[in-house]
Ligand binder design. Structure first.
Ligand code: CU
Length: 324
């Protein structure tokens, strides 16, 4: 064989190896093969969004928010690590600070009082807060904490699934009274994590008042209220569900100027958003029930409240669903 034939064969082999290599790379970074996905079946994409299979394409993808204490240990750690990264890393901290400032700069009575923007403002906030976390790891969503399931012993720290567990899959426990109520265990302990200077700095604080929250039966009854009682529904969620959770956890969660810094705050609000989501699922009239007097834009945002009514179609092409 002549030398140029040799070269031709060597080049062919190199080209073949290179093309195999690039296929391998693509395999790792593209969507999983959809050849087997059944038309209209639900499939998770690489960001673990729940999508529908349509003509071999994934469409209509939803961010799935799950109950924190029912997530796997690995999922819980992933959320906590991403949250910590977002709140301390110089590359991401700006977005986190921006959200804390939003909450700081909006008068508390406007966010939590009447005429209320409580529901849509916090739904917008959850997406704004979730987006930077998903830029770090697109599988992350803001979990919810269903405190009604553990209403009479919500302060438990010892079981592995407890929110307040001190392992690296938990939020750490109550604060230490002897040390200004600073949290001294878990991933947010005073030596591992700090409150932003804009809301006072220092350690994360908790001062549990160990009395019951409203239980699951109470939430079920609230959700069964008829459409004409929308105002009552909104009031119960704000006064009987929202406020006591902030107050009984205490410390950083207690004060409007610092509560957005508490790692448990988004989980609490995610649950309240889920309650609104469940109310809205009762029918279109329920979905669009709102206050006619609210005609201003949501403070800190470029949106009106009515743009945040439909979790299947939120601004920014965002779709959210909650698991039970
Ligand atoms: Cu709140």
């Amino acid at each position: 064989m002549k030398l140029r034939h040799y070269w031709f064969i060597v080049c062919l082999i190199i080209a073949w190896i290179a093309s195999e290599g690039s296929q391998e790379w693509n395999k790792d970074h593209s969507e999983p093969s959809l050849k087997e996905c059944d038309e209209r079946s639900l499939v998770l994409n690489t960001c673990e969004e729940q999508c529908e299979c349509n003509n071999g394409k994934l469409t209509s993808c939803y961010r799935v928010r799950k109950e924190f204490t029912e997530m796997t240990i690995e999922e819980r750690k992933r959320y906590i690590n991403t949250y910590k990264l977002a709140s301390v890393h110089p590359l991401f901290k700006k977005d986190y600070e921006k959200m804390v400032r939003f909450h700081l700069n909006v008068p508390d009575h406007l966010l939590h009082g009447t005429p209320t923007i409580f529901f849509p403002w916090h739904r917008w906030f959850l997406v704004e807060f979730e987006n930077p976390l998903r830029r770090i790891d697109c599988r992350v969503t803001v979990p919810y904490w269903d405190w009604s399931k553990v209403a009479h012993h919500w302060w438990g720290e010892s079981e592995i699934q407890d929110l307040w567990n001190s392992g690296d899959h938990g939020f750490g426990g109550n604060g230490n009274e002897a040390n200004g109520f600073c949290v001294e265990n878990g991933p947010f302990s005073k030596d591992k994590w700090r409150i932003l200077d804009v809301s006072g700095g220092g350690c994360l604080k908790r001062n549990f008042t160990k009395s019951s929250f409203r239980d699951a039966e109470h939430v079920r009854k609230t959700l069964s209220l008829p459409l004409k009682d929308f105002f009552r529904f909104d009031q119960i969620v704000r006064n009987e569900y929202h406020d006591p959770t902030h107050a009984r956890i205490g410390g950083t969660m207690m004060h409007p100027h610092s509560s957005l810094n508490a790692p448990e705050m988004p989980l609490h609000h995610s649950f309240l958003d889920k309650i609104w989501y469940q109310w809205q699922k009762k029918g279109d009239d329920y979905k669009y029930a709102y206050f006619k007097s609210v005609t201003f834009k949501l403070p800190g945002s470029e949106y009106y409240g009515w743009e945040w009514m439909d979790s299947n179609n939120l601004p920014g092409d965002v779709k959210v669903l909650y698991t039970d």
